[in-house]
Design a protein around this ligand. Structure first.
Ligand code: GLA
Length: 520
């Protein structure tokens, strides 16, 4: 009977169609339960990306998902960046943020993730830089809120520390090594600074920039990360070479590279740096931008200026806030020996020349102990021609700018050495009069700059920003020289000549190049 029923049921065409329909409908009804539903990623996520030195970069993702489209923002370091492209398809998340860097370059960072349960495994691609991987987990939005501003001191003049009577000279790790600086590199550079003749030429400070920091210990003392195993032994080593050493921090909770800043630990950190034997501090605004207003900068920088002075150790104080809030007017008051006057430099003619040739209005603010800082040198990093690097050096020298080499001193070419080590060129920068040079003549794309020297001489740069060699003249009237007989020393050529009954000095200047002379 069973068999009969079964065969009767299966043999009827109508009932077969019915059964097919039943199966299809059941599948359609159950399918959302059988297939894993696409998760809704809307909400707040904390992405922790290990940087390889024991630290984590913390990135907050504030996502809104509608179908396969994801919008929202990424909070990277100290900036809120809107997501310009965002999709979530088949369990794969793809986000793009674009922004302008400190050096005004357009940057595009992509975040690619695979959703695994309640986590997202992510790869962050900073083009031309790092590729980092990490995991995002759901988080509370409050976690991304900046801490409150700290009470700030009354404004008062911090007594001068007597340092940097001439523009500081040395080396800084950032331009060449960025996040890859470590103990071995600094020691190697210290050795090279001596063996290459840089030390004898006056380059003394060896400055460690961002990414040396580790966590704070139970007492709140900052410790270095694993790239710097012994932050007492390293300064000892650098000092044993007859050099000085510098370190970097921020008044914010985080530095520009998202490492631990000095927020709430200003005095404690100053004491730590002094105990380690540090001779120089670069104090970089970055993370402080989320906490303090620009009008509060002076007090914020004063706080560290006073803390450094209190340590009793002579420590050069370098302010880095990209020339905001007319820092040149109050930099000396907070104890600053130098202050950045621009956004970050890059190793390109456009970046270097745009920064360097724009500094003409700041000359009145520079003087012994207090210098405008148009950022570190890129000479030898490969992005410019030697003519352009000579222009870079000549301009920085005439600007009485700090001369902080930013290349790998261990592998310098002969040309790079000849540019960084020209003693007569350096002497213009280190001239004891300490006056910043000014532009005395301009007819685009040609410029003449002049820096008065202690012995009455004048350092004169003829600059050609154009694309062809051009004859440029500097009139004695513009240079403040009375007509007559003068001696001319060409610093890059190392030649001397005389001009009798002359009214001007002229020379052929190559494209993007310079002729740098001293006229007596
Ligand atoms: C900022 C500064 C740079 C460098 C980096 C480090 O961009 O202007 O000179 O110190 O931070 O993160």
């Amino acid at each position: 009977m069973k068999l009969t029923t079964a065969s009767a049921f299966s043999s009827s065409p109508d009932s077969r169609a019915c059964r097919r329909l039943f199966v299809v409908l059941t599948f359609l009804l159950l399918s959302p339960l059988l297939l894993p539903a696409q998760t809704d990623l809307s909400g707040f996520w904390l992405l922790r990306v290990p940087t390889g030195d024991g630290n984590y970069r913390e990135i907050f993702l504030d996502l809104k998902q509608a179908g396969e489209t994801v919008t929202g923002k990424v909070l990277q370091g100290f900036r809120d960046l809107p997501i310009s492209e965002g999709t979530f398809k088949g369990g794969k998340l793809h986000l793009v943020v674009t922004f302008r860097s400190q050096s005004q370059e357009q940057r595009r960072v992509t975040y690619d993730g695979t959703v695994e349960g309640d986590k997202i495994s992510m790869t962050v691609l900073y083009p031309g830089r790092d590729t980092l991987t990490g995991t995002a987990e759901r988080s509370k939005p409050e976690a991304a809120l900046p801490p409150p501003g700290l009470p700030l001191p009354e404004l008062r003049d911090v007594p001068g520390n007597g340092l940097a009577r001439t523009p500081p000279m040395g080396w800084n790790s950032w331009n060449k090594f960025a996040g890859k600086v470590d103990d071995a590199t600094v020691r190697g550079v210290a050795n090279a600074m001596v063996s290459s003749g840089m030390k004898d030429a006056g380059y003394i400070y060896l400055n460690i920039d961002d990414t040396w920091q580790g966590a704070r210990d139970a007492q709140g003392n900052i410790t270095p990360n694993r790239k710097f195993p012994d932050m007492k032994a390293l300064p000892d080593y650098v000092h044993s070479k007859g050099l000085k050493i510098g370190i970097y921090s921020s008044p914010g909770p985080k530095t520009c590279a998202d490492y631990e800043g000095s927020y709430g630990h200003e005095e404690q950190d100053a004491k730590t740096y002094a105990a380690w034997g540090m001779d120089y501090l670069k104090y970089d605004w970055c993370g402080a931008a989320r906490i303090y207003k620009d009008e509060e900068m002076q007090a914020v920088y004063q706080k560290m200026g006073e803390a450094l002075l209190k340590t009793g150790r002579p420590i050069v104080y370098s302010l880095c806030q990209y020339g905001r809030d007319e820092v040149w007017k109050w930099g000396p008051k907070v104890g600053g020996n130098l202050w950045r006057s621009t956004a970050d430099i890059r190793d390109s003619w456009e970046s270097m020349s745009n920064i360097g040739f724009r500094q003409f209005a700041l000359a009145p603010f520079a003087r012994p102990g207090h210098w405008n800082d148009p950022d570190m040198l890129e000479i030898g990093n490969g992005g410019m021609t030697n003519d352009e690097y000579r222009t870079h050096m000549s301009l920085w020298v005439l600007l009485a700018a700090p001369l902080l080499a930013g290349n790998d001193l261990r592998t310098m070419s002969k040309e790079t050495k000849s540019i960084l080590l020209n003693r007569e060129v350096i002497a213009v920068n280190q001239d004891p009069l300490g006056v910043q040079g000014v532009r005395v003549w301009q007819q685009e794309p040609y410029e003449v700059w002049m820096k008065p020297l202690a012995d009455g001489g004048r350092a004169v740069g003829l600059f050609n920003r154009g694309e062809d060699t051009h004859r440029i003249s500097a009139s004695f009237r513009d240079l403040g020289i009375s007509t007559g007989s003068v001696s001319v020393r060409n610093l890059w050529q190392g030649t001397s000549s005389r001009l009798d009954n002359a009214t001007q000095f002229s020379a052929d200047v190559p494209s993007h190049g310079v002729v740098l002379v001293i006229i007596h």
